[in-house]
Design a protein around this ligand. Structure first.
Ligand SMILES: [Zn+2]
Length: 132
């Protein structure tokens, strides 16, 4: 995708601080250097400096699952790094073909990744899709 500074800036301004911290740490290797610089400037504006970014990085990488490209496995349900992976039932959203086939069960087994927030709390791996 082409780098569009204005679109990136608008996205950064409305993003959660936690999201921005993840982007300049765990997802940094997969990002445009310009975008990283813009996010770091925004974090600074929110009062978050290099020390807090380093602390967030250490905390995330303590549990993240590294990928060969220098980033990490992403949660199947959000943009946080995953802490565990496993087979689960993933609800297929009713769009396109899935909507046409809506009389069929809308669940299929899928290899899912879960962050600390979406990690199943029981041994069962049910549908952990967060409310839309
Ligand atoms: Zn998640």
């Amino acid at each position: 995708m082409e780098f569009d500074p204005e679109r990136v800036r608008a996205n950064i301004l409305k993003a959660d601080t936690e999201d921005l911290l993840d982007r300049v740490t765990v997802w940094r290797a997969g990002m445009e250097p310009e975008a990283v610089a813009m996010i770091e400037a925004e974090l600074q504006r929110r009062g978050i400096g290099a020390e807090q970014i380093a602390a967030h990085s250490a905390q995330r990488w303590a549990t993240a699952l590294p990928m060969p490209d220098g980033t990490a496995v992403r949660c199947s349900f959000c943009d946080r790094p995953a802490v565990i992976q496993g087979w689960g039932w993933h609800r297929i959203q009713g769009r396109g073909l899935a909507a046409l086939l809506s009389l069929l069960p809308l669940y299929r087994p899928r290899f899912l990744a879960y962050c600390a927030v979406h990690r199943p709390t029981t041994t069962s791996t049910g549908d952990r899709h967060p409310p839309a």
